[in-house]
Design a protein around this ligand. Structure first.
Ligand SMILES: Nc1nc2c(ncn2[C@@H]2O[C@H](COP(=O)(O)OP(=O)(O)O[C@H]3O[C@H](CO)[C@@H](O)[C@H](O)[C@@H]3O)[C@@H](O)[C@H]2O)c(=O)[nH]1
Ligand SMILES: [Mg+2]
Length: 194
């Protein structure tokens, strides 16, 4: 069978922290005709994210940090999110555990893989792996907060899972991975709607 996609040209537009390339492709449409398309693709690697849950206290751990892209578009920029990070050579589960220690200051147990999703498939190559895990206060390994020398300034939030669910329902948690993880944990716990 003839290939539907042929990459004719890749032009680097910016190769700094992330890579932005302009691709010229020949794409065979479903009606059989061929289109020549230009698409700009952003590549900063893949990532992992985790929502830790303390079943005894009914609490979750989240982070709040400044996100410039949100600030530029109708938000104060301080998003409430699940802890997350770029893989940096680790596999997704190792990455989730490492980021939990760096950003939250907790060692996680019983990490459960939920799914891997494309966050922005029209423009960004990233695949993000989602996990839920257990934590408790005996597994504290540090203050959290992230890597200050890399410009991270992360506030750790601990709240009742019900409070998190309300923030999602009210549209005050609007980070996609965080909303997804809230729904996964809700399903895992078999909770009725709020
Ligand atoms: N120099 C430079 N550094 C950057 C830039 N953008 C981010 N960084 C730095 O790169 C690091 C990224 O931190 P991580 O904790 O590894 O990732 P994240 O920003 O939390 O992103 C995670 O969640 C995102 C989705 O919400 C994901 O897109 C991402 O892949 C990852 O999983 C931080 O130290 C940040 O300061 C940039 O344009 N330039
Ligand atoms: Mg992070």
């Amino acid at each position: 069978m003839k290939r539907r996609v042929v990459i004719d040209k890749v032009e680097p537009l910016s190769h700094r922290w992330a890579k932005l390339d302009r691709y010229t492709i020949r794409y065979q449409r479903s009606d059989g005709r061929e289109d020549v398309l230009e698409r700009e693709v952003h590549d900063h690697g893949h990532g992992a994210t985790v929502l830790p849950y303390d079943a005894r206290r009914g609490t979750v751990l989240l982070v709040r940090q400044f996100r410039l892209p949100a600030y530029l578009h109708d938000h104060d920029g301080f998003l409430i999110e699940a802890c997350a990070g770029l893989l940096d050579g680790d596999d997704p589960a190792q990455c989730a555990k490492r980021e939990a220690e760096e950003e939250l200051g907790f060692r996680l147990a019983n990490l459960r893989f939920m799914t891997t999703v494309y966050m922005t498939p029209g423009a960004v190559t990233e695949r993000l792996s989602l996990f839920i895990a257990d934590y408790d206060h005996d597994a504290r390994v540090g203050a959290g907060g992230g890597e200050a020398h890399e410009g991270e300034d992360i506030e750790v939030l601990e709240m009742a899972f019900d409070a998190m669910r309300r923030l999602v329902q009210e549209g005050r948690i609007i980070d996609a991975k965080t909303v997804m993880l809230s729904l996964f944990l809700e399903r895992e716990l078999g909770l009725p709607p709020l």
